[in-house]
Structure formats: structure tokens, C-alpha cells
Write a protein that binds this ligand. Structure first.
Ligand SMILES: CC(C)(COP(=O)(O)OP(=O)(O)OC[C@H]1O[C@@H](n2cnc3c(N)ncnc32)[C@H](O)[C@@H]1OP(=O)(O)O)[C@@H](O)C(=O)NCCC(=O)NCCS
Length: 209
């Protein structure tokens, strides 16, 4: 039946995404996961096999990747061709009626706010209780974690992970491939990829692997 969703990734995030699918009134066919140790079911839904099994479900299901690692999300997104992506928007998320766009395969979880004219890329995670303010741009495969806040008119690149409870002030930008630690406050633009922590944010002397 069209409208059933296959969740890729039987993990902590996977079960939250599955709940979001159900709360949206859609049903779940099952999970795909490459880890055979998970067994035959996960949170009451069948494990349908490894990700390579997707073709079996491609004709009558939509897919969403529920994996925290943004590079894994990108790899899988590129690998799965001719499928329909499911975009999961929790009914308790507050999405402005004005100018918002949310890319295919992204997930917007409960109690988050996506305000006017915000643009969210593909396969992003807008986690529970986070705020994406007006005129923000969030690049593909980025993750705005639980309880974090991106103030207005911020440009966030691709593969950026903004940690739990972090704050990004308005009118700045964060380049591709950055991690912003939990609780960090970013007060000026970040133009060099890397990991940033603290108040105000300072770069840890190491790069993403
Ligand atoms: C930033 C982060 C990725 C760094 O992890 P890491 O590379 O393993 O770094 P380490 O734990 O080795 O810490 C390195 C140093 O940075 C400090 N540090 C790490 N995270 C920090 C943070 N969020 N704020 C301030 N300082 C931090 C550590 O205290 C340590 O300092 P020291 O060298 O003086 O002891 C991680 O700490 C973090 O904040 N992750 C975000 C988790 C999250 O928000 N999850 C949400 C899921 S929805």
C-alpha cells in the first residue's frame, strides 16, 4: 500500500523517527539495517533486511534515513535511486505558513519551531525542541540537535551538527563540515571546518575524520 514508510536505521533516532511517522498518520512497513545482530524486529516492526534490500519495497513505499551520522545519510541517499523519500514532520512541530521549505527526507521533530522563510535542505534533522528562526538556511545533511537554537538569518552549511542546547546568534554563517558542541554559543561566523565548543565558541584543534 502506498503511504507505508520504510525507516532506514534501527537505532535510537530510528525509533523517534518511527514515532513521528505514526503521529503523522502514516504507517510503517519496517526497518532496514545492515546490522544482523538486531534480529527480526525492532520496536514492534519487522526488520526487512540490510539496506541493499530496498529495491523490494521501492515500488510501494517511501523511505526515510534515520541515522545520526550525516555522511552515512549522504552515502545511502546517493546509493538509493528511483525511490520516493518521506519527509517526516511531527504534528507538534510549529512550522510557519510563510515561505518555509523542507527538503526531501528531512525530519522535523516534536516541539521544534521552523519560522518564516526558513529553508531546510535534504536529509536534515531538526530535533525535538529546537528552533530554526526566520530566514535561516540549513544545508543538506545537517542536524540541529535537541533544544538548540539558531537565531534569525543564519546560513548553515552542509554536514553541520549543532549540538544539544547550543545557540547560534543571528546574522552569521557556519561553513560546511562543522560540529558545534553541546551548549556552545556561536557569536561570529565560522569559516573553517572543524569542531567548536564553549561560550563563546572556540575551535578544538582537530578536524572531522
Ligand atoms: C563537541 C564534541 C563533539 C567533542 O567531542 P570529542 O571530540 O570526543 O571531544 P572530547 O570529549 O575529547 O573533548 C575535548 C575537549 O573539549 C571539551 N569539550 C567537549 N565538548 C564540549 C562542549 N560541548 N562544551 C565545552 N567544552 C567541551 C572537553 O572538556 C575537552 O576539554 P579538555 O581538553 O580541556 O579536557 C562533544 O563533546 C559534544 O558536545 N557533542 C555533542 C553531543 C550532542 O549534542 N548530542 C545531541 C544528540 S541529539
Amino acid at each position: 500500500m502506498m503511504g507505508e514508510v520504510v525507516v532506514i536505521g534501527a537505532s535510537g533516532h530510528g525509533k523517534v523517527v518511527a514515532d513521528c511517522v505514526l503521529k503523522s498518520g502514516d504507517s510503517i512497513r519496517g526497518f532496514l539495517d545492515d546490522d544482523p545482530s538486531i534480529g527480526t524486529s525492532f520496536v514492534g516492526f519487522p526488520i526487512l533486511g540490510s539496506v541493499d534490500n530496498y529495491k523490494k519495497y521501492a515500488k510501494d513505499c517511501k523511505f526515510i534515513i534515520a541515522i545520526g551520522d550525516s555522511f552515512a545519510r549522504e552515502r545511502i541517499a546517493k546509493k538509493l535511486d528511483s525511490i520516493s523519500w518521506y519527509t517526516a514532520i511531527h504534528p507538534a512541530a510549529v512550522i510557519s505558513e510563510i515561505g518555509v521549505s523542507i527538503g526531501d527526507g528531512s525530519v522535523v521533530l516534536a516541539n521544534s519551531v521552523v519560522n518564516s522563510n526558513a529553508k531546510i535542505g535534504r536529509h536534515c534533522i531538526v530535533n525535538s525542541g529546537s528552533v530554526i528562526e526566520h530566514d535561516d538556511f540549513i544545508g543538506d545533511f545537517s542536524h540541529v540537535s535537541v533544544g538548540s537554537c539558531v537565531a534569525g538569518t543564519v546560513n548553515v552549511g552542509k554536514h553541520v551538527w549543532i549540538g544539544a542546547g547550543a545557540t547560534v546568534i543571528n546574522n552569521i554563517s557556519i561553513c560546511n563540515n562543522c560540529i558545534i558542541g553541546a551548549g556552545t554559543v556561536v557569536v561570529k561566523s565560522i569559516n573553517e571546518s572543524g569542531t567548536y565548543v564553549g561560550v563563546p565558541a572556540r575551535r578544538l584543534q582537530r578536524n572531522l575524520t
